[in-house]
Design a binder for this molecule. Structure first.
Ligand code: GLC
Length: 424
């Protein structure tokens, strides 16, 4: 059965170039998230088409929220493998957390043998790890993200403060600056508390700062309940004390990025894409924003940011797998990542973070590289989305104070253990 499938795939691969020459260009569809700022995709696609006259690329953008993209892909891929069916796209931009799930479901073409030896070397190790599942390569690293703290460098300087290294310092800075600036519109610390994947990311970062994790080394869910309670209490307490406005419990990346970008907050937890928008022409905070590691909860426990970003996968139901693989490899290549790095997206290739030509345009890249090397991935498991979506209502209830952290942790453990029992 497997061999037959491989033989068919080999025939398809071998035949694709031929049919392109005989019947005119083939069209591959690339489904990707909407890009912020200066969208590099049209330029990259034009460069690819110029080099592959037998291939046309149609791009289709999805919304920017990871959860909605996931829903779109799952619905379309679920029905895609039957005879005569297809998902309607060939190459897809995958969030780092989806690859094991999609590979296990049989939706992705196994790219292992299509790649040159060492083709994944040079990418962030966490990005290459997100591409692999069960000893095979299912996707190519493309964009990189790392959670970090933005601060208003101008305000900190005006009040003689250094970027805060801990929650205590951050609190002190917020109180002092708000007290002296007397601007009722100036909020303290913004982050993402809406019930969605971003909340899971913020809560994981808080768990790590508490010295614990979502899954223990033995796979146990929330292995240290006391520290998990502390991590959730921390988020709730930021809002209770007014260090964060109560609307952070409904904020995603963009809502919080816009408020900070309008000059209405002192601190923001977000991803690197925001920096380029802060530095854009006409931005009220241009030249006034600094980047720092996330604040520690305790001085002696590290507070790594979460890793994020996306990879490129090829649908196993693609009718033009050879052309689709060629497109994915081109988009993930150093040449294409250099174009990405010139815009607001960060590349996964580490060498570009110290490339003099790019540094002239994005001077903060070495800092982002350093933060990336100490960052942590979310759990790599086909059950990730199920874990995260089971967790989100409990996190949200704790953040807004509908449940005590102890109750939310106990309920989360029960929900997650139940979700995992169906998988194990
Ligand atoms: C960013 C990250 C992605 C993460 C999402 C959460 O898009 O790149 O990995 O899942 O934010 O909102």
């Amino acid at each position: 059965m497997r061999l037959a499938a491989l033989a068919v795939a080999a025939l398809l691969l071998a035949g694709c170039g031929e049919s392109a020459r005989r019947d005119g260009p083939v069209t591959v569809v690339f489904k990707h998230a909407r890009m912020f700022g200066d969208d590099p995709v049209p330029r990259l696609v034009a460069a690819f088409e110029a080099r592959h006259p037998g291939i046309r690329v149609k791009t289709e953008a999805l919304g920017s929220a990871s959860d909605e993209q996931h829903q779109f892909f799952v619905i379309n891929l679920e029905g895609s493998l039957g005879p005569g069916r297809g998902p309607g796209f060939d190459v897809m931009m995958l969030d780092v957390i989806w690859v094991p799930e999609f590979a296990r479901a049989g939706w992705l073409l196994d790219l292992t043998t299509s790649l040159a030896p060492g083709e994944l070397d040079g990418h962030f190790p966490a990005a290459a790890a997100a591409a692999r599942w069960s000893g095979r390569v299912w996707a190519l690293p493309w964009n990189w993200n790392v959670g970090l703290l933005y601060y208003r460098a101008d305000l900190l300087e005006r009040h003689g403060l250094a970027p805060p290294a801990t929650d205590v310092e951050l609190t002190r800075a917020v109180r002092l600056i708000q007290g002296r600036e007397r601007d009722p519109r100036l909020e303290g610390f913004l982050w993402q508390g809406k019930q969605y994947e971003g909340l899971t990311v913020n809560a994981l970062e808080s768990l790590w700062a508490s010295g614990t994790d979502l899954l223990g080394p033995d796979g146990r869910v929330l292995p240290d309940p006391a520290r998990a309670e502390e991590a959730l209490y921390r988020l709730y307490d930021l809002i209770q004390r007014g260090i964060s406005p109560d609307w952070v419990s409904a904020a995603d990346e963009e809502l919080s990025r816009r408020a900070f970008g309008d000059g209405r907050a002192i601190f923001l937890r977000n991803w690197p894409y925001a920096m380029d928008l802060f530095e854009g022409p006409g931005s009220p905070v241009r030249g006034r924003v600094g980047i720092a590691p996330l604040p520690r909860l305790r001085g002696d426990v590290a507070a790594p940011g979460a890793t994020g970003g996306s990879l490129l996968g090829v649908s196993r139901a693609s009718r033009h797998p050879e052309a689709a693989v060629a497109l994915a490899r081109f988009l993930a290549s150093e040449e294409a990542q250099r174009v990405l790095a010139g815009g607001s997206v960060l590349p996964t290739l580490m060498a570009l973070y110290h490339d003099p030509a790019l540094l002239a345009k994005r001077p903060h890249m070495p800092v982002l590289h350093a933060l990336s090397l100490v960052a942590r991935p979310r759990p790599i498991t086909p059950a990730y989305l199920m874990l995260s979506t089971s967790l989100q209502p409990e996190l949200s209830a704790a953040v807004v104070g509908v449940k005590s952290p102890a109750r939310a942790v106990a309920d989360a453990r029960r929900a997650l253990e139940y979700a995992l029992s169906g998988i194990r």
